[in-house]
Ligand binder design. Structure first.
Ligand code: HEM
Length: 358
């Protein structure tokens, strides 16, 4: 949905507060993604068995309420198979992270809606952006629903974790919301394309294509990573670069229908994530080398090299997470730094926009 941040009556100056508000919301989503990772990795995600958008805003206030929620939790397979007998104190420990994750989501809704209404009332939001901003609010609400849809799959008979498909849908929607908000904010901050000297200008298109590849591959890596997390594939094959002594693990492609290998076959899911991550790294190195050679020092080169730095960091974190068998701290960091990769990819793409579309 293209928009013109310089439509009559707007000045870049008046759009800055709107852009900063969007970046604050994006920051809150970033924290939310990391909280989500910690919730999943500490096994806390199934502790609240109710979907109560209004009442759930308050935590349990009495012993009777704690007992009621604990009794509910004791009916699900995860309690019986994983946590049996951990007592109400053990329950309280896994409860809080899930509660904070949901509470943060509610606060995010307010942090989006209230300033949105204020800016709208003041006429500060370009008219062409209103549909996108309205849609973002609806999708944000839908994200809460997808979260609950995901959690509910963990209550099924015999199940101790949520469906990997629903987990990827929830993670993917978080990335999508974050990405659209950040891209919109960049458009408000820098409505015109960044100027380059003629020699560098001639290379803008090809470097942008390289960054496009790195960005597209990084998004594919992130979704594949969601399946690694969803199938708990990071708890096996804890060696790198070989998997059980082979580059391609035994049993790759053994599932039918074949596409299950991309989503449910633990060895294949982990291999695909490694492969995509390596392709992302190569594409980011290619873009970084071109930028270092062809672009002058300045915001465009900074953004492309920033993308390379973020991918290098994320790759190293991924390997460390795997070798150390997914400690909560590193797993959470790996989930959080994925958002940094996304941010730098969007920044680099935005900085390389063609002046014709600027
Ligand atoms: C461009 C580089 C990479 C990106 C963008 C990326 C992104 C992601 C994302 C979004 C997830 C799902 C959420 C989570 O973090 O748990 C994930 C999971 C994971 N990734 Fe990566 N990753 C990258 C590289 C790697 C590499 C090189 C390895 C190891 C060889 C790796 C190992 C893992 C493991 C073990 C998990 C599951 C962690 C868990 O269960 O919490 N990643 N990755």
């Amino acid at each position: 949905m293209p928009f013109d941040a310089r439509s009559p009556g707007d000045s870049t100056h008046s759009l800055r507060p709107v852009a900063w508000w969007l970046l604050v919301v994006a920051g809150l989503i970033w924290v939310m993604v990391a909280l989500g990772g910690a919730t999943r990795l500490t096994g806390s995600g199934l502790s609240i068995m109710e979907w109560a958008p209004l009442r759930g805003i308050l935590p349990p206030m009495s012993e009777a309420e704690w007992q009621r929620l604990y009794d509910l939790y004791r009916t699900i397979p995860q309690y019986q198979l994983v946590n049996a007998g951990f007592g109400i104190e053990g329950f309280k420990q896994i409860f809080w992270l899930e509660w904070i994750h949901r509470f943060w989501g509610r606060m995010l809704g307010f942090a989006y809606l209230l300033p949105f209404l204020w800016f709208w009332w003041r006429g500060a939001i370009p008219r062409s952006l209103l549909p996108r901003m309205g849609l973002l609010f609806v999708l944000g609400g839908a994200q809460g629903g997808i979260g609950w849809f995901m959690v509910a799959s963990g209550f099924d008979d015999g199940s101790t974790a949520v469906s990997p498909y629903r987990l990827v849908a929830h993670l993917g929607m978080a990335f999508l919301l974050y990405g659209v908000i950040v891209w919109t904010a960049f458009g408000l901050l820098w409505p015109a394309a960044t100027a380059l000297p003629p020699a560098a200008e001639a290379k803008r298109g090809s470097i942008r294509r390289q960054v496009g590849w790195a960005f597209g591959l990084s998004v594919a890596t992130m979704l594949a990573g969601g399946f690694v997390a969803g199938t708990k594939a990071g708890f096996t094959y804890n060696t790198f670069p070989l998997m059980d002594g082979a580059l391609v693990p035994d049993g790759y492609g053994s599932m039918t229908p074949f596409w299950h290998n991309f989503t449910l076959n633990i060895g294949a899911v982990q291999f695909n994530h490694r492969l995509l991550a390596t392709l992302t790294l190569l594409a980011a190195i290619g873009a970084g080398v071109s930028a270092a050679k062809r672009l002058p020092a300045g915001p465009v080169r900074f953004a492309v090299l920033g993308l390379l730095g973020a991918v290098l960091l994320q790759y190293a974190l991924g390997v460390a997470t795997l070798l150390l068998v997914v400690p909560v701290s590193l797993g959470t960091l790996h989930q959080g730094v994925a958002v940094l990769v996304l941010t730098m990819g969007l920044l680099a793409l935005h900085r390389l926009r063609s002046p014709r579309h600027g």
